[in-house]
Design a binder for this molecule. Sequence first.
Ligand SMILES: *Cc1c(COP(=O)(O)O)cnc(C)c1O
Length: 362
Amino acid sequence: MKVPFLDLRVPEPLKSELLDAVGAVLDHGRILLGPELDEFEKVVAQRVGVKHAIGVDSGSSAVMLALRALDIGSGDEVITTSLSWIATANAITMTGATPIFVDVRDDLEIDPNGIEAFITKKTKAIVPVHFCGKMCDMEAICAIAEKHNLHIVEDCAQVFGGEIEQGKAGSFSSIACFSMNCMKVLHSYGEAGCVVTDDDVYAEKLELLRYAGTVNRQDCHVPSMNHRLDTLQAAMLLVNLRRYDEIVDRRRAIAAKYHEIMGDVVGYQDAGAEQGHIYYTFSIFAERRDELMGFLAENEIETKLNHNPPMPYHTAYKPLNQGPFPNVERLSEIAMCLPVHEKLTDDQVEFVATKVKEFYGA
Ligand SMILES: *Cc1c(COP(=O)(O)O)cnc(C)c1O
């Protein structure tokens, strides 16, 4: 039984719905900043529970534009986690600011206890990343930000719709950022992203930065590139938003099934199937991990590492000479992701879990 890690093919009836949405845009012809983009922004803002959402061309741009809208740039420092897709560090760097990496907890999320030691006069913001679709400890992070008068810019690329007791993903920030590229849980069919904020002034600044730094698309006030989100992608995102809760429910059910079958044969990033976790990835901690990945590959089960190496260990960031990061180093040796996408059948999920158990002789 083949189990792909991701399957980006689009079956019917979804395919027809998407083609209808695309057809409507081609018919009205408002290809750039069209009505579907307005509608998409309205729905996203509503779902996050903030006033403004502004669609942009990628999650990377979203983080960079959020920081720029907060006037963060050259000479500033931005504190972030050591474990994320490298886009998080790159977006900080592209503003001219320096990323300051912090070690993670045992659940792969930024360790709030590690943050304060790195706050200096140059620190302007904290960029927590809700890694794998599980939320960070926002209560602790918000308390630190408030105490030191820092912005929070959540990187919500992996967690659209995620939630904890204190609030929804994206609602804790001056400006929060989403990616909706074709591999995320809420996804377009190409590249897409979004920034959200409750603040009218930031929203205005973000709209300006989205399109060449222009006011009324005419006079350039701040040099910026073109970061518009295509109306076509927004139209297809609206279709996926309509079925989004179902998608997340399915992923949560798969996570619960993995826990049920595998028990304590492996360790887990989540504490049992968590309600607010959207399971962008299902991350486990495995003894003899590389051997396990090899065994699963022999059985045609595709697995992945959690963004390895951690960000401070990329060639571009080694010269910053930060660290040590003992926990992320240790966890990077044992962490891996099992397939958890919504197209998996129950049989496939059971097959994966059973093969993991078989590997450990359980
Ligand atoms: C995907 C991702 C990004 C970048 O988003 P793109 O749309 O690919 O530019 C940033 N941060 C995290 C945590 C991501 O997973």
